[in-house]
Design a protein around this ligand. Structure first.
Ligand code: HEC
Ligand code: HEC
Length: 210
């Protein structure tokens, strides 16, 4: 298992060098576009559980951009079981071109939402053990790592983190043949064999402050 993980991480590294070319967006222009996002994600990008919408404020712009492009092109959110992705998919399609996506991503990234409150019951101490695998890409404080294409996880709602781990595990996310980066994450979700392990690692991530 660990050998497989080492190979995947080496693969991720090699992609990181060649595939993260993003033009910097214009946050001022992006602010006007953000009016379409606020209804679900909140004025500070703080997310809203009632709409299943995650924190996006303060997330790295390159990752926000990639997800908007993935939703827009059906790389993410098109699986028939992905009820939450299906809500986001039409929103990404309101972004007319790559410039609009870069601009809204720059604005989203500049926001500073408050830290979310914990909702998932789990054992953070047990979760820390499982998180050792995640550190290689997401960083010791789950701060993310652009070179490895891995987003920030700290400061995210725990219910969303848990759902994404399950989505990757069940192949609701990360199985589209064009989803290069989801394909790197999916085997990592499969290292979490039980729902308890998922709750525990989620509780540990929740304990890491942004
Ligand atoms: C109708 C509600 C709704 C609106 C409006 C909306 N979103 Fe979303 N968005 C969601 C939901 C629900 C998800 C979570 C999908 C999932 O669980 O996979 C999401 C996910 C995302 C993600 C992925 C976050 C991550 O960590 O991977 C990004 C980025 C995003 N939205 C940006 C935007 C932007 C930018 C806009 C405005 C153009 C917008 N959203 C408008 C509901 C919405
Ligand atoms: C080989 C590198 C790598 C490792 C190790 C890794 N991840 Fe990831 N992870 C990624 C990448 C790349 C993405 C972004 C996928 C995308 O762009 O859709 C990701 C995405 C995620 C997401 C979705 C974030 C969001 O905002 O939607 C979660 C949650 C996550 N990882 C949790 C974990 C956990 C928990 C572990 C350890 C069990 C882990 N990851 C290990 C590379 C990795």
């Amino acid at each position: 298992m660990y050998k497989l993980i080492a190979i995947l991480i080496a693969f991720a590294l090699s992609l990181g060098v060649t595939m993260t070319v993003n033009a910097a967006g214009d946050a001022a222009k992006g602010k006007a576009l953000f009016q379409y996002c606020e209804a679900c994600h909140g004025a500070q990008g703080e997310g809203n559980k009632a709409y299943n919408a995650p924190v996006i404020g303060g997330q790295e712009a390159w990752y926000v951009e990639r997800q908007l492009k993935n939703f827009k092109s059906g790389i993410r959110g098109a699986d028939h079981r992905d009820v939450n992705g299906a809500q986001m998919f039409p929103m990404a399609r309101t972004m007319v071109d790559d410039d609009a996506i870069a601009n809204v991503a720059a604005y989203v990234s500049s926001l500073k939402p408050p830290a979310p409150t914990a909702t998932v019951k789990g054992d953070p101490a047990a979760g820390k053990t499982s998180f050792a695998v995640c550190v290689a890409c997401h960083g010791a404080n789950a701060e993310g790592n652009k070179a490895l294409n891995a987003p920030r996880l700290s400061g995210q709602h725990d219910w969303y983190v848990m759902r994404q781990i399950k989505n990757f595990k069940e192949g609701i996310r990360g199985l589209n043949p064009k989803d290069t980066f989801g394909a790197q994450m999916r085997p990592m979700a499969l290292t979490l064999a039980t729902d308890d392990m998922i709750s525990n690692v989620t509780a540990y991530i929740q304990s890491l402050k942004r």
